[in-house]
Design a protein around this ligand. Structure first.
Ligand code: UD1
Ligand code: CA
Length: 428
């Protein structure tokens, strides 16, 4: 299995943020999480080293909490991308397989592309493979310098390039696959005699040629995959690219999305056929929405939500950690969280599952069994179970379990004072 090194020590000054750049999010998932997930989902990599520097504790905490097959390695001070890779040398001392190198701020890289890079590297018996791309406007990227026979010669950074070199449109995507046993020595031999006074990872191309290694470039098809985030504007652009891809995928799969521009669906949401998503929905986190559902307009699904088929989630309904069985309606102005809802249930307008006790900070579960009807404006105070077929009268405040097929009513009886209004008017 291949190992990965992910470079994430840079400051990200242009984000103008207290937060390290790689912890900025798209659909609430940090940029670094996208890269780690793509690496993991390639199924060819079994461990990742994340090189951290600026605010390293925060990145370390995130990696440790979410990824068992990854750890952070501190780079202090940050002397360049080549220096960053050398930080992982100690951990990889006795390793002699392949290493891939990626950047933590290019979240759109796909697992299939990582897989193709590794396969290309192996099929070509390559020692060093760099991913390249063709850019109409290559400004700021390192340029790929080729010999007359098309073989690789070097990578020249923008700041070190002459006018002719700046015309080159083939750029360094910043992703590499290395034969570690043969290339690791390079990281003690790189020099920093360049415009930025840094140890450039890119210099391994020239080093590889000088040491008679097999050096190749793998050219990327979809330039969006290496879209790098340096500013909030880039973050918004990357979100848009991902958003458009996600919408297209669901449309292709047979989901109707009435208004793609106003519908946000996280990458980890599955949606079944013939489901209709009405405008202005925000669907975040990991969810499974079945077929023939109707969602929205203006629904907010916050993650860990599973809907079976023929479920209706209407306007201003918020769902979080909820499983809802088929043919159930939650149509208006409700909050359902930490809940299990059976089939053929009707949840009236304005119903709330009160799942959180702010004094104890404990969250509890609400269980609503099959065929239950909840009257409008009810509050189900968790932990609570509304058993099969039970009804809750409107404005019910339900603090204990309701037995099957019974009616729970908590409101005071209706009083009508006849002629009361007219009497008031006479007094005036
Ligand atoms: C780098 C490449 C360039 C390529 C571009 C693609 C080098 C010298 N240049 O340039 O050829 O076209 O990426 O995006 O590699 N980092 C560290 N430690 C450091 C310095 C950087 O971890 O000491 C990390 C950064 O956090 C970032 C990544 O390495 O994630 C790339 O560094 P950056 O300074 O952005 O390099 P570029 O100038 O973009
Ligand atoms: Ca960069």
């Amino acid at each position: 299995m291949v190992k990965a090194i992910i470079l994430a020590a840079g400051k990200g000054t242009r984000m103008k943020s207290e937060l390290p750049k790689v912890l900025h999010t798209i659909f609430d998932k940090p940029l670094l999480g996208y890269v780690l997930d793509s690496v993991k989902n390639s199924n060819l990599v079994d461990y990742a080293f994340v090189i951290v520097g600026h605010k390293s504790e925060l990145v370390k905490e995130y990696v440790e909490k979410n990824y068992s097959a990854a750890k952070t390695v501190l780079q202090e001070p940050q002397l360049g991308t080549g220096h960053a890779v050398s930080m992982a040398k100690k951990d990889l001392e006795n390793y002699d397989g392949e290493v891939i190198i990626l950047c933590g701020d290019t979240p759109l890289i796909k697992s299939e592309t990582i897989k193709s890079l590794i396969e290309f590297h192996k099929n070509n018996n390559s020692d060093i493979t760099v991913m390249s791309a063709i850019f109409e406007n290559p400004t700021n990227y390192g340029r790929i310098i080729r010999n007359k026979d098309n073989s690789l010669e070097a990578i020249i950074e923008e700041k070190d390039a002459c006018i002719e070199q700046k015309q080159i449109k083939e750029i360094n995507a910043g992703i590499y696959c290395l034969n570690w046993a043969k290339v690791k020595r390079a990281f003690s031999e790189l020099k920093n005699n360049n415009a930025q006074g840094e140890y450039y990872l890119t210099d391994i191309i020239k080093w590889g040629k000088e040491n008679a290694l097999n050096v190749n470039a793998y050219t990327l098809n979809d330039n969006n995959e290496i879209f790098g985030i340096n500013s909030r504007k880039h973050l918004a652009e990357a979100t848009k690219i991902l958003h458009d891809e996600i919408i297209a995928k669901h449309l292709d799969n047979g989901v109707t999305i009435v208004s793609p521009e106003t519908t946000f669906i996280s990458p980890e949401t599955e949606i079944g056929r013939d489901t209709i998503i009405y405008p202005n929905c925000y669907i975040n986190g990991r969810n499974k929405i079945g077929s023939n559902c109707k969602i929205g307009p203006f629904a907010h699904i916050r993650g860990d939500v599973e809907l079976d088929e023929y479920v209706k989630i209407g306007n201003f309904v918020e769902l979080k950690k909820a499983k809802v069985k088929s043919h159930t309606n939650i149509c208006h102005l409700s909050y359902v969280g930490d809940s299990e809802v059976g089939e053929n249930v009707n949840i009236g307008a304005g119903t709330i599952t009160a799942n959180y006790n702010p004094l104890t900070k404990i969250k509890s579960k609400t269980i609503i069994e099959d065929n239950v009807k909840i009257g409008s404006n009810s509050v189900l105070v968790a932990p609570v179970r509304i058993k099969e077929g039970a009804n809750v009268g409107a404005v019910g405040v339900i603090t204990k379990d309701v037995e099957p097929w019974s009616l729970a009513v908590t409101r005071s009886p209706l009083k009508v004072l006849e002629g009361w209004v007219k009497k008031q008017l006479k007094h005036d």
